[in-house]
Design a protein around this ligand. Structure first.
Ligand code: C2E
Ligand code: MG
Ligand code: MG
Ligand code: MG
Length: 289
């Protein structure tokens, strides 16, 4: 009987795996048409200078709107876009759209885009960027590329050369989700980053006196400052978080306390009304530390 039960369990996992594989395939097929069907959109979340409460720029965050499913989150489809190489055309669309947005915002604002490992490994990336920047008529340092520690898995000469090529295009480079990956500290000084983004997992509950997070954030800020890099704390939701982050010396903040990811139209209204300044609005966090 135990053997039968074991077989039943195997059956169950085999079916689940099969369903997962076919769901993946279905997503990949639909994603192939998403660009042509105009189903992809970028939302923009404010990044705020801690000292002045001025908006320094926005992070572009992709959404996929599809009927009848509704909005599909990037954590669901970006990995599939990566594996299927669809990230290359989608990534190019993201870069062009972000540059067009920068032109709409005008001088004085930056937009950051997320660059995934496959995109980073694509030798055409610098050319794509230079052509998008010049088509939009913007300054290259208005565009920032967010790169996660995932790319450090491969400390190849090609990788280091890509950092240098990107730097030479004049765009800014930010190290995203810092602290969640391999944190190759030696690499940090070889790669020319302008900014470190402190992952939201360290920000969450950092104001709790029993948490180690404040000490971790403080040491990341110290490291960044020594290397002449800015720091953005991600996922700041509450006034307590903000007070702590400010006290620890982060230069920038991004989080629901200043605004959720929003449509370009809303961004233009926000900038028009506040003249580039925003106020911290208490947000009732739904997260558990
Ligand atoms: P990320 O680059 O670390 O982006 C920050 C994520 O944190 C975003 O989730 C944002 O909406 C969320 N967030 C910001 N502030 C708060 C807050 O105060 N509270 C909470 N609970 N969350 C906050 P989102 O938009 O779902 O994106 C998730 C991830 O998907 C991104 O993480 C990024 O890795 C990836 N992604 C998003 N857009 C793109 C894209 O255009 N290209 C690529 N390659 N990846 C993307
Ligand atoms: Mg990011
Ligand atoms: Mg991040
Ligand atoms: Mg993150």
């Amino acid at each position: 009987a135990a053997k039968d039960a074991g077989r039943g369990v195997y059956r169950f996992y085999a079916d689940a795996m099969h369903n997962q594989a076919s769901e993946r395939k279905a997503i990949e097929d639909a994603l192939r048409d998403a660009l042509a069907r105009d189903e992809l959109a970028l939302l923009y979340q404010p990044i705020v200078d801690v000292g002045t409460e001025r908006i320094s720029g926005f992070e572009a965050l992709i959404r996929w709107r599809r009927e009848p499913e509704g909005v599909i989150s990037p954590s669901k489809f970006i990995p599939i876009a990566e594996e299927s190489n669809l990230i290359i055309p989608i990534g190019e669309w993201i870069i062009r759209t972000a540059c067009a947005t920068i032109a709409r915002l005008g001088p004085g604002y930056r937009v950051a885009v997320n660059v995934s490992p496959r995109q980073f490994a694509n030798e055409k990336l610098p050319t794509t960027i230079m052509s998008a920047v010049s088509a939009a008529g913007i300054q290259p340092d208005q565009l920032e590329l967010e790169i996660t520690e995932g790319v450090f898995l491969d400390e190849s000469p090609e990788n280091l050369a890509m950092f240098q090529k990107l730097k030479r295009t004049g765009v800014r480079l930010a190290l995203d989700d810092f602290g969640t990956g391999y944190s190759a500290l030696g690499y940090l000084k070889k790669a020319p980053f302008d900014k470190i983004k402190i992952d939201q997992s360290f920000v969450l509950g950092a104001a709790d006196p029993n948490s180690m997070n404040a000490a971790i954030i403080s040491s990341i800020v110290g490291l960044a400052t020594a290397l002449d890099m800015e720091t953005t704390a991600e996922g700041v939701e509450t006034h307590d978080d903000l007070a702590l982050i400010r006290g620890l010396g982060c230069s920038h903040v991004q989080g629901y306390i200043y605004g959720k990811p929003m449509e370009l139209g809303e961004v233009l209204v926000l900038l028009g009304e506040g003249g580039g300044r925003v106020e911290a609005k208490g947000y009732k966090s739904a997260r558990e530390p």
